[in-house]
Design a protein around this ligand. Structure first.
Ligand SMILES: Nc1ncnc2c1ncn2[C@@H]1O[C@H](COP(=O)(O)OS(=O)(=O)O)[C@@H](OP(=O)(O)O)[C@H]1O
Length: 352
């Protein structure tokens, strides 16, 4: 074995036997250390705190189209690797999988992916790339399954996930509270009319044969009665959904991020989020640039990459033209709910 190594590594045979043996010892030690660290990322669950048993396959199901927030595109997953990537596993191999201390609970089409991707730039934030949908669709799989999805974190790092459908899931507040009363909650909200059109645009991209936005908006177009059972409309009644969360969480434990300001001033909104999470303000305007082609702010460098990164094609779609009368009718419909929401949150989002 020693001779074979000698040949492979081209060790000069003229080396005195003792030095040759020392060199071989050093090489073997190096190989052993390399194997140890490579294994740490995937085997660390067997060390330190006991790993939860795997009762079910670890990957969450993809959300049904038009039903809930969509998964991040593969493009986004590649640009911002989670702890499962070999590089981050290497550095985080000694970390522990923890349940999230902070969750982006909504709203669908509010800008939740942008917020999570921007937050992941922070060295003290580790997040799951895909949407786990634990508190709505996968709750029966148990907390051990949920924790197993999480990236490994070191002391002081925050574990996060985002699943926008939680905000409108009746059972979610009680379930999150029973996991931990102290969970910090973040809601990215956006003008409910634009949000509804964005939601419809997403469904349309998957099912081009659906009826028009205008016809789905009304129960009866002649009477002008809005169909509040249509999820695209329902999700935007923020005040109603928030009431459900306030039964379990104090308002101070929920941060409301403006989806509009996340586009016009990402660093400003990220500053508020970092303060809320108790993080040092590391993400600043230096991290962003406005990409004219995309029409959105993008990252100068994504997490784990040195290249500029914009969100994928499914973020920032062109919306279809909607009849302005219908838009106005929807504005009138949402106004009282928006006012109530401003009152509850103490923030005027300027949608009216
Ligand atoms: N920086 C940046 N880049 C691209 N897109 C951005 C960005 N910031 C916010 N947004 C807005 O995010 C909207 C999608 O929201 P979500 O990520 O919450 O959607 S989802 O619920 O996860 O499907 C998406 O909605 P649409 O424009 O309707 O596609 C964007 O307007």
């Amino acid at each position: 074995m020693g001779q074979r190594l000698n040949r492979c590594l081209d060790v000069p045979v003229a080396l005195p036997p003792l030095r040759r043996r020392l060199l071989l010892l050093f090489i073997m030690l190096f190989l052993w250390l390399y194997m140890f660290y490579s294994c740490a990322g995937s085997c660390a669950g067997t060390r330190g705190s006991p790993a939860p048993p795997r009762a079910a396959p670890p990957l969450p199901q993809l959300p049904a189209p038009g039903e809930a927030g969509e998964e991040s595109s593969l493009e986004e997953q590649r640009a911002a690797p989670d702890a499962a990537s070999p590089i981050s596993s290497f550095f985080n191999g000694s970390g522990t999988k923890r349940l999230p201390q902070a969750i982006i609970i909504g709203v669908k089409k509010g800008g939740t992916r942008a917020l999570l991707e921007f937050l992941r730039v922070h060295p003290d934030v580790r997040a799951v790339g895909a949407e786990p949908h634990f508190f709505d669709r996968n709750y029966e799989r148990g907390l051990a399954w949920y924790r197993d999805l999480m990236p490994r974190t070191l002391e002081g790092q925050i574990t996060m996930e985002k699943t926008p459908s939680y905000f409108v899931t009746k059972e979610a507040p009680a379930r999150i509270s029973s996991m931990s009363k102290g969970t910090k909650l973040i809601v990215v909200v956006r003008d409910p009319v634009t949000r509804a059109i964005s939601d419809y645009t997403q469904t349309l991209s998957k099912k081009p044969d659906i009826p028009t936005f205008e016809s789905l908006t009304f129960k009866n177009r002649t009477t002008g009665l809005i169909d509040t059972s249509w999820s695209a409309i329902q999700i935007g009644i923020y005040a109603k959904h928030l009431e459900n969360w306030l039964l379990y969480f104090p308002i101070g434990q929920i941060l409301f991020v403006s989806g509009e300001r996340l586009i016009s001033d990402p660093a400003g909104e990220l500053g508020r989020v970092q303060d809320f999470l108790g993080l040092k303000r590391i993400i600043t305007d230096k991290h962003f640039y406005f990409n004219k082609t995309k029409g959105f702010p993008c990252l100068k460098k994504a997490e784990g990459s040195s290249k500029p990164h914009c969100l994928g094609k499914t973020k920032g779609r062109t919306h279809p033209d909607i009849d302005q009368e219908v838009v106005q009718r929807l504005r009138d419909f949402y106004r009282p709910f928006n006012m109530k929401f401003y009152q509850m949150t103490g923030q005027d989002f300027g949608w009216d």
